[in-house]
Write a protein that binds this ligand. Structure first.
Ligand SMILES: [Zn+2]
Length: 620
């Protein structure tokens, strides 16, 4: 494994290419004085943030000093009222944690409008609420990481011995107390989760749920209360949270808040804290060698300002021709889906018509957009100007908050994609019915303009087919052509569809991927498994139209895209939380559904890769 990685796959070359080019952009000081104002500002932000992250001298000089007053203020809290006051403070907003997620999102029933969405308490000890009930091997590692981080930071602030022990136990007790009322990873993977999460409420409703928990006060203090549309994802959680927010739970709430704050501080303070974090995170993922600081600084700067990097990158490295070629491939795939749907034998004509309507309205986001959000709201002092990393983080937080406030009660501009095009990924976005095929995904193994047609189909083609099919997986099927949650299926068709999906879920439930009791769960991977198979079917259909199509090349290109090595820890964590099947399953289970594969590689009954037609699980 390369330093800092728990995974190796050829697709990582795509991230390497992006990184090398971004380093050129970070080094090019002339960009900052570009006559184009936006370019100059973008370059100042990314180069400034990169420089501040690597300014160890200044970070070490300041150490934990800038954070001491707020940690002291929190540890001195003596009553629930003081606790509430602290939770509503600006310091806690920027560096700490509020025991509810409140943020801007797109309204589910009218995707042209923004709403304020309220989600449940963030859990730190485990990332899955189910682990508080029954701990898995992966969960155990996660808790060790959480304990290590909290314990280390408490010591750095001089909290030791029994006091430390109490903080650690109290913080965990708080999470364990609220976890039973929070949906698990598996609950969220259920198709029902889409509708269950839609609960429109008013500020009056929230006030009536919260006679103790200061959620209404938090929303007022930060301007969220002005939103006409508010959604509460988990009403039962809010009732439980309100019950928990009592004077007798003060120590637990305080300990939880302290843990969240210390975690926030750990990565933005000095080098010693940063190294400790790296070591603990490495243990969690089975990583032994740390990633170079420059790479981490680049990734962090990109996480703060993705669109600034994107714009600089497009100017220098991308072309209209590339965009036109990818757009055409996407268009061809959508046309093929139209054929697949019109030939479908288990859906009624009404549902097929609606499904084709959804395809007709699908938006293709190929390579890069023409329109961007305005990032001129951001500014901070660079290292040369005497700035600090933590001050820059605070100013970015406040800038993002201003942007959120400006969007409340506004209309969603769907020409702005809202995704980082340099991510090593591709997406279907249900709320605007778009497929997003972006340059961060391109490398030798995924897409090159000089690849053979078979390789193009086997690699990027299957990925485009995969993304389109998310419009018709068990979750995407609940959104209509305009990205609104709305039922366009007849009852009988939806039942037939779910029956096919259940067969697939049962297949994956039987997979034994590990010998240490880590379960494999069909429900978690169903949407991605359905998408892989549909994507491959779409490409095989396009292949039928080609003379002398080389199927071996096609399947090999697909397998090379997914060939991957993980540390044991990373593979186990993926099985627990990643909705994509493990990569060996992605390649093998998908291929064995198709006669073209079995024929090409002469797979026969009795062979490990053989799957009888009646046992096949492709939904589409
Ligand atoms: Zn997917």
């Amino acid at each position: 494994f390369r330093p800092g990685y728990s995974t190796e796959l050829r697709l990582l070359q795509a991230a390497d290419t992006v990184r090398e080019r971004c380093f050129e952009l970070l080094k090019d000081k002339s960009l900052v004085s570009s006559p184009d104002g936006e370019t100059a500002h973008d370059a100042a932000l990314v180069q400034g943030m990169y420089g501040l992250i690597l300014d160890w001298d200044h970070r070490n000089e300041e150490g934990l000093e800038p954070f001491k007053p707020m940690v002291e203020r929190l540890t001195a809290v003596k009553s629930l009222d003081e606790m509430t006051e602290f939770l509503l403070s600006e310091d806690n907003y920027c560096f700490g944690i509020f025991p509810a997620g409140v943020g801007l999102s797109v309204n589910s029933q009218d995707s042209s409008l923004y709403e304020i969405n309220i989600s449940s308490t963030g859990l730190m000890a485990y990332s899955d609420s189910a682990e508080y009930d029954k701990e898995t091997v992966s969960g155990k590692r996660r808790k060790e990481f959480d304990d290590n981080v909290f314990s280390y930071m408490l010591s750095r602030f001089g909290i030791e011995g029994e006091e430390k022990q109490r903080y650690m136990e109290d913080a965990f007790a708080f999470e364990a107390g609220i976890a039973p009322y929070i949906k698990s990873t598996l609950d969220w993977a259920s198709p029902n989760a889409v509708r269950e999460a839609i609960n429109p409420v008013t500020m009056e409703d929230i006030a009536s749920f919260c006679d103790a928990f200061p959620l209404p006060e938090f929303m007022e203090a930060y301007g969220y209360a002005d939103s006409k549309l508010i959604n509460l994802e988990e009403p039962l959680w809010l009732l439980a949270m309100n019950e928990l927010y009592r004077e007798e739970s003060l120590d637990m709430i305080k300990a939880y808040t302290l843990k969240g704050m210390l975690r926030g501080i750990m990565n933005i303070s000095d080098e010693e804290a940063f190294r400790a974090y790296q070591d603990y995170a490495g243990q969690f993922a089975g990583i032994t060698d740390n990633e170079p600081d420059e790479d981490i600084a680049y990734e962090t700067a990109r996480a703060y300002f993705p669109y600034c990097f994107d714009r600089l990158y497009i100017d220098r490295y991308l072309s209209e021709e590339m965009r036109a070629e990818i757009e055409k491939l996407c268009r061809d795939c959508i046309d093929t889906y139209r054929e697949m749907l019109s030939e479908n034998e288990w859906l009624s004509a009404d549902t097929i018509k609606e499904a084709i309507n959804k395809l007709d309205h699908m938006t293709i986001h190929a390579v890069y957009p023409d329109k961007w959000a305005d990032d001129s709201i951001y500014s901070f002092a660079s290292a040369e100007e005497g700035g600090s990393y933590w001050k820059a983080v605070k100013s970015v937080m406040m800038g993002s908050h201003e942007r959120t406030l400006s969007r409340i009660n506004g209309v969603v501009d769907k020409d702005i994609w809202g995704i980082d095009i340099l991510d090593t990924n591709a997406y279907y976005n249900a709320v605007d019915n778009s497929i997003n095929i972006i340059p961060g995904f391109f490398c030798d193994v995924s897409y090159r303009s000089d690849m053979s047609l078979e390789e193009k189909y086997g690699a990027l083609g299957t990925v485009i087919g995969h993304e389109i099919s998310h419009a018709f997986d068990t979750k995407g099927a609940q959104y209509d052509a305009y990205g609104n949650v709305s039922n366009w299926w007849t009852d009988a068709d939806y039942e037939a569809f779910m029956k096919r999906a259940e067969k697939l879920v049962r297949y994956y439930d039987k997979v034994v991927a590990f010998d240490n009791g880590i379960p494999y769960r069909g429900q978690l991977v169903q949407t991605e498994a359905i998408a892989d198979m549909a994507g491959m079917k779409c490409m095989l259909k396009m292949a039928e139209k080609e003379k002398d199509f080389d199927y071996e090349k096609f399947f090999t290109a697909n397998a090379e895209l997914w060939a991957r090595k993980d540390t044991q820890e990373a593979a186990e964590n993926a099985a627990m939380f990643d909705p994509h099947p493990l990569h060996y399953l992605r390649a093998n289970v998908c291929a064995q559904q198709f006669d073209e594969f079995l024929d090409t590689f002469e797979v026969k009954e009795g062979d490990g890769m053989y799957l009888a037609p009646e046992d096949r699980i492709a939904v589409w």
